[in-house]
Design a protein around this ligand. Sequence first.
Ligand code: SF4
Ligand code: SF4
Ligand code: SF4
Length: 363
Amino acid sequence: MATITINGNEHEVAEDATILEAAREHGYDIPTLCHHPHLSNVGACRLCLVEDENSGELFPSCTTPVREGMNISADEEENERLFQSRRLVVKLLLSDHPNDCMTCEADGSCKLQDMAYHYDVEIEDESLGIPKETPRFEIESDNPFIEHDPDKCILCGRCVRVDNEVQCSDAIEFVERGFSARVGSALKKDLGSDESSCVFCGQCVQQCPTGALQFKPSQGRGRDYQLEHTETTCGYCGVGCQLDLKTRDNEVVEVEGVSREGLPNPLGETCVKGRFGYDFLDDPDRLTKPLIKDEETGEFEEVSWQEALEYTADNFSRIKEEHGPQALAGLTSARCSNEENFLMQKFMRAVMGTHTVDHCARL
Ligand code: SF4
Ligand code: SF4
Ligand code: SF4
């Protein structure tokens, strides 16, 4: 352990902690854009500056380890130099950022916008004397799932780190240098091309703090504050990822993985099915009532649940009577809950009299 002082209070902190980790553990608020506790620390945005009162130096707290005896000032309300330094960081980020907030998909959920509001920085701030040169890049929109607007990128690298460190796809990286730097893919191939290793998990979009990466199927379907949020369990497989279904007018318009400590996937990771495979929910062809095929015409006819259950039970009984229990088998699904799968095998064994039960996940 190391003893350090934060905002005038002495604390025992883990000696391998960063200043940011130590400060947050003890409840001190330090703003960040590029940091995520489950990704490596890179100090890209520099918003987490703190002052070491012993040396008078400013450090990015997310990449600076604590040292015995440090005296850290992290409270910008008490430290005007700190407030102005963090404000300057936001000014610089906005100096080459487009003035698109009115029409940007991220309006209302954009962390950069929140920081501009907090530090009272105009998006068209001319005090730095840097002429704004946007647009500088073309919007990349060749695949069906993700749109990338490099002009709105603040080069925080959260997308690259979640892709490289958590998803392990290595599909995206920083490309070019200096003012031309942006997030891109190997050989500048679109994520949907055969040469890309992208699996469309969508983690990069979920981690983006600005409107630079967008889910294409959600575009124009409502801002975050217009959507209802419902937490549920993904029904595609037995992993059971937790999803935040975002709906508007009773239609699912976006899926985000629930990000919470204690979950096996605390960044809200999902696969492509859980993330983008939701259009069937509102598909007009989806079956909502049971159908029975008319044996004479061969056409399906809508029936009540009572009729359908009786029809099924009668035919189960008839087959068992005519051919014995071994003529019946039960095949169940990983999309059902454990309880439903238990009931299915119990029904086949105890009621139908057969042990011929199986499960799609085993095949
Ligand atoms: S990314 Fe954020 S700051 Fe940039 S235009 Fe969109 S809402 Fe505004
Ligand atoms: S969608 Fe997933 S695999 Fe593709 S670039 Fe983003 S994080 Fe990587
Ligand atoms: S695309 Fe988004 S997450 Fe990736 S570096 Fe740019 S701002 Fe950060």
